[in-house]
Design a protein around this ligand. Structure first.
Ligand code: IVH
Length: 670
């Protein structure tokens, strides 16, 4: 073997591994490490190397396989027609070549195409049987996907019935689940208020949301959907893509904001340019155009590769980039003490807005890209929203430039920073005395997801902390109207209102208090689970490792996090103070009466479609009676509630000897 060939093969291996790792982050964690463009470049390099060196289409390569989005906790469903990906291109030549291949094949001068926006969300397949929505499934590995029907049902614009007198017996429609730019901004603003890390872009947030195991959380984020394609259909008399678009509209399903039906590739090109001009006004992020051969008979004839149809191509717009100087690397301290680096830029115009800040993620990212203060940097908007630093122009680097040294001390309070071996972030350990941490903890405590204290916004918290009126959560309950009146913009009435709102919160359900304490990794879902199990903060505080780990869904990380929190003398003092101040510490004193909890101690898993309940409704119904709903079947499951088209969970329950009941039997238990 020549050296060159050996090098190429080594590079192929390296690229395959890197792409597989990136696929995993993109499809499963919904947390991409690099921009789409960067990813596509790696893939292009791999495709061309594989062709040069191996000559044939390799079987075991990410270039010939669809990425896999499947996760634990969902039923699997096999698509009747596979869900493919699309070939991507970024240039006009590739587009012309695509048309030329097809014209050659059909021996014609000109072909009819449709052009529609490529929506940056995640692919979904919707099955309607005789006009009724029965299932929503993610792409998965293209052959089998995750059944996310319960979550899809929370999408308000998704009809459960097609508007049609004679709908097909069976139809799989293909579309995209997405978040509007506005909804994305709203969610991030809420997170910012609570001092939580921001989501990078709408696509990842949408992908992460549809994969949440708790449909109630899904419903809190307004997902949207658009339908643009066809899978299996019976009977199938749809003659063209244009006809399909018209049917989608007639049936009352959401369609793309605009599409074009045109003849010839030049007209396709003009449509793409027009789309590029107008896409800024769309409510959703659009990262390209999808060109499709219009006639379905020709589509079928053109066929497909293992990964993508030969009759369609995605033309991706280059994301806008700009160059500017990075003045300074600033540092932000979050609620849990995480210290995040932020690039302060000379303001520059980018995709319609002025950009002065960009995320730098963490120390490793800065080192990998060798980003330094004073550098010329290229910035890009990831998913068109949050700017990122793409790369550094090292040619323009001054002689006195030096690598960035991540500080060893907290920029806010001076404590020595710590970094755990398996974490990418540096943290400030001075939880009680570091002002930004204190502020963010108070904001979190008062937020809607926790104690829901009206009027305790960011600006108020800022003042309370900087005037040293409040050092911790307990101090909130000690505030008096006289203290507040002296603050800026505080009149008698607003002071009265805030003191009242704080006092009012003392009787909130105990899981809200637990969530508000800000124990690392304990979100609202976990807080509810813990309270359902232990009934009170005291019982939770007293629980040992063994007892904690027995709770479904609580693993070793959470156990350690909970134990550490309650073992800390400062936290014990805080809890004693809160109790003395009259906060509700146990479930019994809450609203629900014990005798109504007929399903107490029982654990349920839901699968398939129930006749009268959506999954969310069934979950609420069970929880209201003291029962618990989990996502996967185990020996601890009391009952599997199976509806129609129950999936793999049914087999699992049967193999474990878990009782399987239907909706009616469930109702008779209560
Ligand atoms: S048609 C077989 N039309 O892009 C062809 N796809 O990169 C099916 N996408 O998997 C795709 N907008 O999730 C089509 N208007 C559109 C689209 C679109 C977004 C997604 C889809 C697909 C991916 C490929």
């Amino acid at each position: 073997m020549s050296n060159e060939r050996g090098d190429a093969e080594a590079r192929i291996e390296e690229l395959r591994n890197r792409i597989r790792a990136l696929d995993k982050k993109y499809y499963q964690a919904a947390d991409p490490e690099v921009s789409d463009r960067e990813y596509d470049r790696l893939k292009e390099e791999l495709v061309s190397l594989e062709q040069d060196v191996l000559g044939v289409n390799p079987e075991d390569s990410p270039t010939t396989q669809v990425g896999d989005d499947r996760l634990e906790g969902f039923d699997s469903y096999r698509h009747r027609d596979p869900m493919l990906s699309l070939d991507n291109t970024y240039n006009r030549e590739d587009l012309l070549a695509f048309d030329q291949r097809l014209r050659k094949r059909f021996e014609v001068e000109e072909l009819d195409y449709t052009v529609d926006p490529k929506i940056d969300g995640l692919a979904i397949s919707l099955t309607y049987e005789k006009g009724t929505l029965v299932r929503a499934v993610t792409r998965g590995n293209g052959t089998e996907g995750d059944d996310v029907t319960a979550n899809a049902r929370t999408i308000q614009t998704l009809p459960t019935q097609l508007k049609s007198q004679n709908p097909p017996d069976w139809i799989e429609l293909r579309g995209e689940v997405y978040l509007t730019n506005d909804e994305f901004l709203r969610i991030n603003q809420e997170r910012e208020k609570r001092g939580e890390p921001l989501y990078a872009n709408p696509r990842n947030l949408a992908a992460g949301t549809i994969k949440l195991l708790d449909s109630r959380l899904v419903a809190q984020r307004k997902l949207a959907i658009v339908v643009y394609g066809l899978g299996f259909c019976d009977p199938d008399s749809i003659g063209s893509q244009t006809e399909l678009q018209q049917l989608i509209l007639e049936w009352g399903l959401p369609v793309v904001e605009r599409y074009w039906t045109v003849s010839g590739i030049e007209a396709v090109w003009r449509s793409i340019e027009e789309l590029d001009q107008m896409r800024g006004e769309f409510s959703y992020p659009t990262d390209g155009a999808v060109v499709k051969l219009n006639q379905r008979s020709l589509q079928r004839e053109a066929g497909r590769t293992a990964k993508a149809p030969r009759w369609s191509i995605a033309y991706k717009f280059e994301t806008e980039k700009a160059e500017t100087t990075l003045r300074k690397i600033g540092l932000q301290v979050g609620r849990t003490g995480a210290v995040t680096p932020v690039a302060h830029l000379d303001p520059v115009e980018l995709a319609g807005t002025t950009v002065a800040r960009a995320t730098l993620h963490n120390e490793d990212e800065i080192r990998r890209k060798d980003i330094r203060e004073g550098d010329w940097v290229r910035v890009e908007k990831a998913g068109e929203i949050i700017p990122q630093v793409l790369s550094v122009d090292t040619q323009r680097r001054g002689e006195d430039s030096a690598p960035f040294e991540f500080p060893t001390e907290c920029p806010a309070c001076g404590s020595s920073l710590k970094r755990l071996p398996d974490e990418a972030v540096w943290r400030c350990p001075n939880a009680a005395g570091c002002p930004p941490q204190v502020r963010r903890r108070l904001e979190h405590f008062g937020s809607r997801a926790c104690m829901d204290i009206e009027n305790l916004g960011k600006a108020v918290v800022d003042q309370l902390v900087s005037k040293q009126l409040v050092h911790n959560i307990a101090d909130l309950y000690r505030l008096r109207v006289e203290d507040l009146i002296r603050l800026e913009k505080f009149a008698q009435r607003s002071s009265d209102n805030l003191v009242l709102a704080i006092a009012d919160s003392r009787k909130r359900e105990v899981w809200r208090l637990l969530h508000g304490l800000g124990i690392p990794n304990v979100g609202s879902g976990t807080a509810k689970d813990l309270i359902r199990e232990f009934r009170s903060i005291d019982a939770l505080a007293a629980a040992n490792e063994e007892t904690l780990e027995k709770v479904d869904g609580i693993g070793s990380i959470l156990t350690a996090s909970i134990r550490t929190f309650f073992a800390e003398p400062k936290n014990q003092k805080l809890l004693a103070d809160l109790r003395e101040l009259g906060l509700n510490f146990s479930e019994e004193s809450g609203e629900q009466k014990e005798e109504e909890k007929t399903l107490k101690g029982m654990t349920f898993v839901l699968t398939g479609t129930l006749p009268n309940f959506s999954r969310t409704q069934a979950t609420e119904w069970i929880e209201a009676r003291g029962g618990k709903v989990t996502s996967s079947v185990s020996k601890k499951t009391s009952y599997l509630i199976a509806g129609e088209e129950a999936g793999s969970k049914l087999a699992k329950a049967q193999s474990l000897g878990v009782s399987v009941i239907d909706e009616e039997e469930l109702k008779s238990l209560a």
